[in-house]
Design a protein around this ligand. Sequence first.
Ligand SMILES: Cc1ncc(COP(=O)(O)O)c(C=O)c1O
Length: 354
Amino acid sequence: MFSKRFKQLTPYTPGEQPQNRKYIKLNTNENPFPPSPLIEEYLKTADTDLLKLYPDPGSDKLRKTIGKYYNLPASMVFTGNGSDEVLSFCFYAFFDSNNGPLLFPEHSYSFYPVYCGFYDIPFKRIPLKPDFSISVDSYIKEKNYSGIIFPNPNAPTGTYLQPSEIERLMRNTRKDRVVIIDEAYIDFGGESAVELVNQFDNLLIVQTFSKSRSLAGLRVGFAIGNDKLISALVTVKDSFNSYPLDTLAQNAARIAMEDIDHFEHNKARVIETREFTINELESLNWVILPSLANFIFIKKDNIRGKDIYEKLKEKGLLVRYFGHTGIEDFIRITIGKKEDMIVLINLLKTIGSN
Ligand SMILES: Cc1ncc(COP(=O)(O)O)c(C=O)c1O
């Protein structure tokens, strides 16, 4: 009854979205602040008659708006139903079992191995440095691979590479392989490597509206790169679903991209709350990896990560626990509103002193 392909699937396990109890949710890196108020206005007055028609398959206006923000033509922008879909199309278009493994960090976004399973792409996990940062030199040393992908800042660690390091990676790796920098969290203090797409034809930057623009529920992501890479993504899209972005999502995302004041304000609030949380936890002797994301990755000596996760959950606060070897004592905490972080800090104070 089921295909061989289907039987081999290992799906991604997303962070819990519990419906039965009210938790303080610091587990899926959502933004605690609302999206641009202009979106509410738009949705309240949107012309529902438009929904009779199929949406613009090319999301042309949205791509133009994103291009304008980055000073690039729309032909260098691809949009999809969340960056997860964009990434999935990238894996299909650029990585292959004929060219060696896809390289990504040993601790990274757990959807990457899932897509590899889905598309039958071999992969190799590249160790992080002892301080958990990404080692560009380790990628440069590799000679046989079908591509490279990593988030910057990395997830779940939060560590960040400067664009100069991305440039060094691009200069010293194969020109016939695509390198994807997944910048889901770049807006929380990092500098995007997007300008490098003008220099390197094989570089693709992927971003999302889910985090810094508070639109995880809208499902909009995008990729920026050379026209040839973008056309390849369009070919994959049109072989799968020509209309991945609905009309409301295209329009609302455009509004979010244009409301720069709200975007800047939201970002600043998250960054400020992150720094507040880090200071408080450092004074309680927690180990916190340096983060330029909207989450922190923390641990404390002599307490198991799983125990921290479970104790917090018992008290009504959800964080993310991975349990993978090497990071089994860490938990990942999304930066929420300050009042939620104060609840967290107080709970960690008691957990940490037991
Ligand atoms: C590194 C990374 N990339 C991509 C995504 C996907 O985001 P979305 O599909 O909501 O755009 C996530 C989501 O948490 C992420 O952590």
